[in-house]
Structures are given as C-alpha cells and as structure tokens.
Design a protein around this ligand. Structure first.
Ligand code: HAM
Length: 420
C-alpha cells in the first residue's frame, strides 16, 4: 500500500526538513510585520468558479458533492479564501493588512518534480494599498524569504512583469478586453510548449507569433520603474529581472505579476504572485473594494532547490542538527541508580531540555550509540559515584565531573548547547 500519486508520507526526517522550511517562512513574514491567519481546507466550489478567481486551476479541482448536496472542493490555493475573509471583515483591521498563511492545498496536477497533488503553500498578502511601494514590499519579502535559506542571486531570480503592458498590447492589436484571459493563458504556457502550438493558438486572435515574441523580448517595462527604484534603494535590484514572458496562470491578476525561478536546473517556478485589485470586489459583489498583492510558495520545489544548492543544504543540515530530537542523553552506568536518573531526567525536562535515557538495562557502549544517533550534544553519566555525575560532550569526548546539584548551573553557563 502506497500513498496516492502526488501525496506524501512524511516520515520524521522529512517532517523535520519541512519544519525547518516553515520556521523560515514564519520568521521572515514576521520580520515584515505580517500576522498569520487560516481558513477552511474545504470550500464551496463556487468560490473558485466565481468570475476571476478561477483560471486553469478549475480543471485541477479536487471537487465532490458532500452529503448535504453541496458542491465543494479542497482548496487548490488560499487567495480566494483570503479575499472572502478580508472582504467580510476588513473594517475591523487597520490598512494595509499584512497577512500570511501556511496551509495545505490540493491540485489534481500532472506529477512532475516540485509539483504534487497535495502540498504545503506559504502565502503572504498585503491588502488595502495599491502603490508601487506595496509591490516592492512584497517582492522584497519574497527575496528575503529565499535568502533566509542561504540562497543568493546566483541561485534564483525574480522575473517581474505587468499585465497592464499586455492589455495595451492587446488593445493595439484590436483584441477586446473580454478575451484577455484566454490570450494570457497562451502567453503563460508559451515557454513550456513548442512554438507551433503557440502559433496555432494565436490564430483566432490574428496575432503573429513573431509580434508576440518581439514584445516579450522588450527589455524595458516602463510601468515597473517605481518598483525597480524602490528595490534599488533597498539594495535588492540584482535579484529581479523585468520580463514580459511572465503573466501568471491564474485569472484574477490585474497588474504587477512576478515569479521566482532557480537559475540552474529546470525546476518549475519556486514562487508566484501579483496584484489582484478586483478580486475582493468581485467576490463581495462590490461591497469590499480593496486592492491587494501577494504571492505563494510551495514546499516541494523549495526543498528540491535546497538539495541542489550546496550552501543552502549546509545551512539546512546545521539547522536540523541544532534542532536535534535529544539534547541530553542520561547514560545509566549503574542500574541501581535508575531512580536518581529518572528524577534528574524529569528535572532537566522541566527546565526545557530535551532529554532521553534507556528504558531498560543496557550496555553503556550501546547507550552512547543511541545518544549519538539521536543527535544529543551531551551525555550525563550516572553511576556508582552518584551524586557525582560525568558530563561528556559527544562531539569531542571532552569530559567533566560535577556534583549533581551543580549540573543545572553548569548547563545554564553552557546554554548555547540548547537549541531554541
Ligand atoms: P501559484 O503560482 O499557482 O499561485 O502557486 C504558487 C506556488 O505554489 C508555486 O510557485 C509553487 O511553488 C507552489 N505550487 C503550486 N502548485 C503546486 C503543486 N501542484 N505542487 C507543489 N507546489 C505547488 C497561487 O497559488 C496564488 N494563489 C499565489 C498568490 C497569493 N497570489 C496572490 N497571493
């Protein structure tokens, strides 16, 4: 019996890697003043079908009719839920809102590297401000997020674009506004499809492939100038590249859009987002008209990237080591001292240390082996000398003898051994 295709069993070592990821997500979001929220995993399918919130994601919905005859769907993304929640209660919060979420999403996608059917997504959104300063704040947050894993501008780039440039392009080619979504989907897929296929799809629009290609190759996107100079002032200009080839696959985006890509390998986008200034109004029939911008990052592709970049992998490994399941292993060298070992374990645990000891009588050598494989930094050996104990640093076998009553003070002094 295996999990379903695109679903994962997370064994403790996998879960530890993911916890590291989520820890960095939360930490970076908080550095930007963001607060965490969550919504339901199961929503009315209507939420994704409503004008503007859908796009290609509609074909990937895990949807079904529930026992109350409701058409429901597991959330494929969090943005429509966020829009619904903020539209309902935005008056209760000062603007702009800076909200983030870490949540499971489901998409019936074709499986490929970094793309699964169940994944964890990190979303950051800023609502109630339509300025380029807000755009820059979000792009900066995404850059810092990727940097928090030890990734640099040699490892990733954020491609920046603006859908408005494409609306002007369509206008020049006499394509009516109502067909923009269909057209942008062609541009979104262009890089992943053979040129003949794109050419064929363009026929109904009367736009030659060459016109599209030369538009994409334009280096300048004048509407991005304020955003770029804001990033320049923050020292982050080297992390972004204006690129009209990015339009995003979701239907609700209205202006600035962006995607983060790895510079090596052929991984799919690491993160994607943009401005969606009409989604809240659309979902609330105009009662909440709030501009918004945000992005989402998935766990799967980021974990792949960390594996590929040596500095990021080293940082991850040392973070996992510092977060070892056991910090202090109590070695019971004289079985008759077990009651003392039990009392000491409980005392250390109540002080916040992660402590383990053998549940039955075991050879001392075996106990040290267990201590090491659990990642313990220290072994405290309790033997015939009790209440004197031996404290052994496992990394270099350095050993000290201490009276039990001095142990806590000694540990306090060596506090840096304790992972937070
Ligand atoms: P998205 O581009 O569909 O945007 O997804 C954002 C990120 O989620 C992707 O770049 C990828 O890292 C991850 N992701 C998406 N699909 C999968 C999958 N099947 N398996 C693993 N990871 C995946 C959105 O979802 C927007 N709601 C983001 C947003 C927030 N826009 C504004 N605010």
């Amino acid at each position: 019996m295996k999990p379903l295709p695109g679903f994962r069993d997370l064994f403790p070592e996998d879960f530890a890697r993911r916890s590291y990821l989520v820890g960095c997500w939360r930490e970076t979001a908080r550095r930007y003043g963001f607060v965490e929220f969550d919504g339901p995993t199961l929503e009315s399918a209507e939420l994704y079908r409503k004008k503007n919130s859908g796009g290609e994601i509609l074909g990937q919905l895990y949807g079904f009719t529930d026992k109350g005859e409701r058409e429901v769907a597991l959330r494929p993304e969090v943005t429509p839920t966020l829009a619904r929640m903020v539209a309902a209660r935005h008056r209760d919060y000062p603007k702009p809102l800076r909200w983030f979420n870490v949540g499971t999403c489901f998409r019936y996608e074709r499986q490929q590297r970094g793309r699964l059917r169940e994944f964890l997504q990190f979303n950051c959104d800023l609502l109630g401000d339509s300025s380029p300063a807000a755009d820059a704040e979000m792009v900066a947050l995404l850059i810092d997020l990727l940097r928090s894993f030890g990734l640099t501008n040699q490892d990733f780039v954020i491609r920046l674009s603006n859908r408005e440039a494409w609306y002007d392009f369509l206008d020049e080619h006499g394509v009516e506004k109502g067909r923009a979504g269909e057209f942008l989907n062609i541009v979104d897929k262009m890089e992943r499809e053979p040129a003949e296929k794109t050419e064929e799809k363009l026929v109904p629009f009367g736009i030659p492939l060459a016109a599209l290609q030369s538009f994409v190759q334009r280096a300048e996107i004048p509407s991005l100038a304020p955003l770029l100079s804001d990033l320049e002032a923050r020292g982050l200009r080297d992390f972004v590249r204006p690129d009209l080839g990015v339009v995003r696959g979701l239907a609700y985006y209205t202006g600035v859009v962006f995607e983060a890509f790895a510079l090596q390998g052929n991984l799919r986008a690491i993160a994607g987002g943009g401005r969606y200034d009409r989604l809240l109004a659309d979902l609330s029939d105009g009662s909440a008209d709030l501009p918004a911008i945000g992005f989402g990052v998935g766990d799967a592709v980021l974990l792949e990237l960390i594996n590929e970049v040596a500095a990021a992998k080293t940082q991850e490994e040392s973070a996992l080591k510092a977060d070892a399941p056991v910090q202090i292993y109590i070695v019971i060298a004289a079985e008759e001292k077990r009651p003392a070992a039990l009392a000491l374990s409980q005392k250390l645990r109540s002080e916040g240390w992660r402590v383990a000891f053998p549940l039955g009588s075991e050879r001392v050598g075996k106990q040290f082996g267990t201590a090491e494989s659990a990642g313990a930094t220290l072994a405290v050996v309790i033997g015939a000398e009790w209440p004197v104990v031996k404290v052994k640093r496992l990394a270099d076998r350095h050993e000290e003898e201490l009276a039990e009553r001095d142990l806590l003070a000694w540990l306090q002094e060596n506090r840096n051994l304790k992972a937070d």
